[in-house]
Unconditional design. Structure first.
Lengths: 421, 174
């Protein structure tokens, strides 16, 4: 039976459930890739044992990444790492150790995630893997345990919102600006229970790293998954991997909940004000705000292109950090760190006075790295600016592009990066 | 059928899981009985000390957004709060609630204020919420399908111990 009128998400969930999945259906699916972290796997191991689990259904599909407590800074966090290592050794699960990177970044850059896959991760930003034409979604620790135990999970098949990207970005406008505009347009719950599907004539202007940013931020609008089409941009990423999966194309007559048009050409540098990612304003209209800490990193803004974007602004602005500004650099993975070391980016940032920390989640959720001081304002390439997110409830977090973060590092204030163009 | 009279503890929209329990707290222990003293501290540092067993959390839209961390559901339960009412839930929190036997009910919470006395009647036909102050009554249907089976079993652990795998009864031949 050939299923027709299906979105990419419906097609992937059909293939993985062995039936015809339509929006609204509940299906039980075989999961292709299961990701756990040091923040979620310890609790999952507890669930797994209480479920009576004695063996992992298919350990080759399970990966753990020790990314949140990188490095561990307490007996408790070190204990979590040891617990994960023990479980992984017993069951033959692959572990990416401390410093190797963030789970969903590793999944993409090592080719573990590829087109047509159903990826679940006990980390909400697992949606990032949608950039490779996969259905990828975040779950909690009990679902992680169930996926390890049974190889399956149940899903309500989501309706899909089509995000139509038209036009090309103006100079000085980053993928992060587009992503913030998308979240703001959708609203903080505008994509709740929905999948996003990116399309439009402007989509080809987004390189893989840009796509990862949009898929990553999609969960800040509540999206369950955020899937890109397969095209030449994706092909060039996949070229170095043996297993490239099977591209999944939406049917011409697929049914969408609605279309959201993003006129990319009209977008400008944008900042999310405290304490919600959807709370955006054009950077040029942001209130004049002193900045005390600048964070370049995370699964949103910790990739090679992000650091090149930031370094270009820093160099054009003279390369001197404003007095009193702390610049923290945390690459999203060791691969990224190696590339930045090889091309000289890291040493240049270090000479400017940046604090360079071990790859991983870093300061994003206050679990490792630098915690802002009382009353400090932070501008960050991350995805969440909730109050207390970085470990201090009196700090205020602003979210912006790597370029805008670099501009703030130079001036000590929220600054339109086009000032250094 | 169960009948519970509960005190409403009112919160707004977009209560994210880091507000429910901070990642920085979870980093030091996963023991819910320790973590419960920090419940919702980012929103109201005094809140946790005022919780009485049986209180019900009442929120606006998008409750449980942000991180998928499961302690956000288990810490609420550990504090003695069996039910969360919200206009809508983030999907990862909603799943975590079901998987741990925390009753998460989507309903119109607009007129519920802090301290309202709510009567929740839970039976196989659904949950009825009566606000004793306003007299407003709303009935919400029970969860169906696998989600309903997991909740009825008391969570994912008892469900999988019993079933061994996910069973979709709706598509079963009989």
């Amino acid at each position: 039976v050939t299923a027709r009128s299906q979105t990419i998400s419906e097609k992937i969930l059909s293939a993985k459930s062995g039936g015809t999945a339509r929006a609204g259906d509940v299906v039980v699916c075989d999961v292709d890739l299961v990701l756990g972290t040091d923040a979620s796997a310890p609790m999952a191991i507890g669930y797994f044992e209480r479920m009576g689990g004695t063996r992992v259904h298919d350990a080759s599909r399970v990966v753990f990444a020790l990314d949140h407590y990188s490095p561990p800074t307490s007996a408790a966090t070190k204990g979590f790492h040891e617990q994960v290592h023990r479980f992984a050794k017993t069951h033959g699960v692959r572990v990416f150790d401390v410093g190797e990177g963030i789970s969903h970044q590793i999944a993409v850059e090592r080719g573990l995630a590829h087109p047509g896959m159903l990826v679940v991760g006990a980390d909400s930003h697992t949606v990032t893997c949608g950039a490779v034409n996969a259905f990828a979604t975040g779950v909690g620790s009990s679902d992680l345990a169930a996926a390890m135990l049974t190889g399956q999970l149940w899903f309500r098949v989501p309706e899909t919102i089509r995000v139509v990207l038209e036009g090309a970005r103006a100079p000085g406008v980053s993928a992060k600006d587009v992503a913030l505009a998308m979240v703001s347009t959708l609203g903080s719950d505008g994509a709740e229970y929905h999948a996003l599907e990116f399309t439009g004539s402007g989509a080809r202007g987004f390189m893989l790293d840009d796509r990862l940013v949009l898929s990553n931020l999609a969960v800040e609008a509540g999206a369950k998954a955020a899937v890109w089409e397969s095209d030449s941009v994706l092909d060039s990423h996949l070229a170095r991997f043996a297993d490239r999966g099977e591209p999944v194309v939406a049917d011409r007559d697929a049914r969408y909940a609605r279309d959201v048009m993003l006129d990319v050409a009209s977008l400008v540098p944008t900042v999310a004000l405290p304490h919600l990612p959807a709370n955006t304003v054009p950077l040029a209209q942001a209130p004049d705000t002193p900045i005390h800490m600048v964070f370049l990193g995370t699964c949103t803004g910790g990739r090679v292109a992000d650091y090149h974007e930031a370094l270009a602004i820093l160099e054009r602005g003279g390369g001197k950090l404003a007095n009193g500004v702390t610049l923290v650099v945390t690459p999203a993975s060791s691969d990224i760190e190696r590339q930045l070391a090889a091309d000289g980016t890291l040493v240049k940032l270090a000479r400017m006075g940046a604090t360079i920390t071990m790859p991983g989640c870093g300061a994003c959720c206050g679990t490792s790295g630098v915690i802002p001081g009382d009353g400090m304002n932070v501008i960050s390439t991350a995805n969440r600016n909730f109050k207390a997110r970085m470990g201090n409830a009196t700090a205020s977090i602003y979210l912006a592009s790597p370029a805008a973060c670099a501009a703030a590092a130079l001036t000590g204030r929220i600054t339109d990066p086009r000032a250094f163009a | 059928m169960t009948n519970q009279r509960a005190r409403a503890r009112r919160f707004g929209d977009d209560i994210n899981t880091d507000y429910i329990i901070a990642s920085t707290r979870k980093k030091e222990t996963l023991d819910e009985n320790v973590l419960k003293q920090y419940l919702l501290e980012a929103v109201d540092p005094a809140f946790a000390a005022t919780v009485r067993p049986g209180d019900v959390l009442v929120a606006g839209a998008n409750f449980g957004c942000g991180s998928a961390m499961e302690v956000a559901a288990t810490v609420i339960l550990a504090a003695g709060i069996p039910t969360v009412l919200a206009k809508s839930f983030a999907r990862s929190f909603y799943r975590n609630a079901i998987n741990n036997g925390l009753l998460a009910i989507e309903c119109d919470t607009t007129d519920i204020i802090e301290g309202d006395s709510l009567v929740l009647t839970i039976d196989p036909s659904g949950t009825t919420i009566v606000n004793e102050r306003t007299g407003r009554r709303e009935t919400r249907p029970p969860l169906s399908g696998i989600a309903g089976d997991i909740l009825a079993a008391g969570g994912l652990v008892p469900y999988l111990k019993r079933e061994g795998r996910f069973v979709d009864r709706s598509s079963a031949p009989s």
